[in-house]
Design a binder for this molecule. Structure first.
Ligand code: FAD
Ligand code: UDP
Length: 370
């Protein structure tokens, strides 16, 4: 028996919070979801401008290998057949991404996988890397120095505000390298964009659940805690513990949106600017995610920003120093009764959407003893 109004207070209406709220409600529990922003969906939120779904917090492409997760999201909204195939612009030279036979042909005029492999092997041998220790060494040992110099170094150092030699190798391992003429950015079996945008997915998950927007947990913590038996916290873990071990660092972004009287600005949803001088990393043309035919187009330039306390935390910086601090917070979190920590900010992980959904589903099942 419970005396409180809600079984769960869910702090954060991002994907983790939405999935948890949906699953707990399905199991007969009463949930209240709050978010300090004025909308649900966290970073997947879309705003409709001139009929175009604008990904307000950066381009979001859904992809997964997990049929259960694919079926799960498709039960709330249908997905289109969008396949991400970004193009890299290096001082006006165009290269296909991810690194594949098209890229190798454009870079070296090699025509066969054998020629491409030989070229890469000779560059790896010259660089003399046997056991890659950082992003630079990892990148060179995957694709050689030419591709590293033109397509990786400038982009990565802008994106992260750190030298490639000071960044963890795993960041670059996200990208496929393949010896086929295949520009699909992901290897996953399932991929697409929700037809009608991500809001449909989040609205579907939260259907029938009470949501209060513009509510910051920390501004009214005691009163909010008093409302529910248990808390699902998806905000920043260091903020939960009043930053007692110091700030966890993030990389932030500034999105510069521009509506143009032009039907088709760049002919692709994503164009990366991989040189070091252009101050933005990429231009997103949102209509192409949904094969839009509107009269106008909306583009977004993405400017990486140094993160300081108070700015939007976009990318966790999972280097050794921050991971050490995170482990201290995690130890505290493990001992807080009746609070479940989850999602990108509470777990301080560079999670994709399917991983956040997967993690929420696993935690829900564990929590309910299933
Ligand atoms: P969030 O979406 O961050 O939600 C957390 C919510 O909690 C926020 O709405 C926040 O306002 C709220 N909150 C925090 N603190 C408080 C508080 N104190 N009180 C009230 N509310 C609070 N994934 C992909 O799969 N494909 C992609 O192409 C892709 N592109 C991305 C591009 C960018 C630029 C970024 C930053 C991420 C991208 N991702 C992508 C990752 C994806 O955004 C995340 O995996 C997912 O949105 C994380 O969901 P979440 O619920 O953990 O966090
Ligand atoms: N990257 C790069 N050149 C590119 C695109 C990506 O060097 O043209 C590197 C960069 O370090 C980036 C990482 O690969 O942080 C992962 O890229 P992804 O597109 O997955 O990044 P996200 O969409 O998460 O920003």
């Amino acid at each position: 028996m419970t005396n409180k109004e809600f079984d769960y207070l869910i702090v954060g209406a991002g994907l983790f919070g939405c999935v948890w709220a949906h699953e707990a409600t399905k199991r007969g529990k009463k949930c209240l979801v709050i978010d300090r922003r004025e909308h649900i969906g966290g970073n997947t939120y879309c705003e409709n401008v001139e009929g175009i779904n604008v990904h307000k917090y950066g381009a979001h492409i859904f992809h997964t290998n997990d049929k259960e997760i694919w079926d799960y999201v498709n039960s709330f909204v249908e997905f289109n057949r969008y396949t991400n195939s970004p193009v890299a612009n290096y001082y006006g030279e165009f290269y296909n991404l991810p690194f594949n036979m098209n890229t190798f042909y454009q870079m070296w005029k090699v025509r066969t996988p054998e020629e491409a492999q030989a070229k890469i092997q000779s560059q790896i041998a010259e660089a003399n890397i046997t056991d890659p220790q950082n992003l630079e060494e990892q990148a060179i040992s995957l694709v050689g120095t030419d591709i590293y110099e033109k397509l990786i170094k400038g982009y990565t150092e802008k994106q992260w505000g750190r030298k490639c030699v000071d960044l963890p190798a795993f960041i670059i391992k996200r990208l496929p390298v393949r010896f086929t003429f295949d520009n699909n950015y992901f290897n996953d079996r399932y991929q697409g964009i929700p037809i009608g945008g991500y809001n449909k997915l989040n609205e579907g998950l939260l259907e029938g659940i009470e949501v209060r927007l513009g509510v910051d947990y920390f501004k009214d913590r005691e009163a909010l805690d008093a409302l529910a038996e248990q808390i699902v916290y998806t905000g920043k873990i260091d903020e939960y513990f009043d930053f007692q071990f110091g700030y966890l660092e993030y990389r932030s972004l500034r999105f510069d949106h521009e509506l143009l009287d032009n039907q088709n600005y760049q002919g692709n949803a994503v164009v990366n600017y991989t040189d070091a001088e252009t101050p933005f990393t990429r231009i997103i043309e949102h209509k192409h995610f949904e094969f839009g035919t509107q009269e106008k187009t909306l583009i977004t330039r993405e400017y990486p920003q140094e993160w300081t306390h108070g700015q939007e935390p976009y990318y966790p910086v999972n280097d050794d120093k921050n991971d050490r601090v995170f482990r201290e917070y995690r130890k505290l979190a493990e001992n807080v009764p009746n609070v479940i920590f989850g999602g990108r900010l509470a777990e301080y992980r560079y999670y994709d959407m399917h991983q956040v959904i997967g993690s929420a589903l696993v935690k829900v099942r564990k929590h309910f003893g299933e």
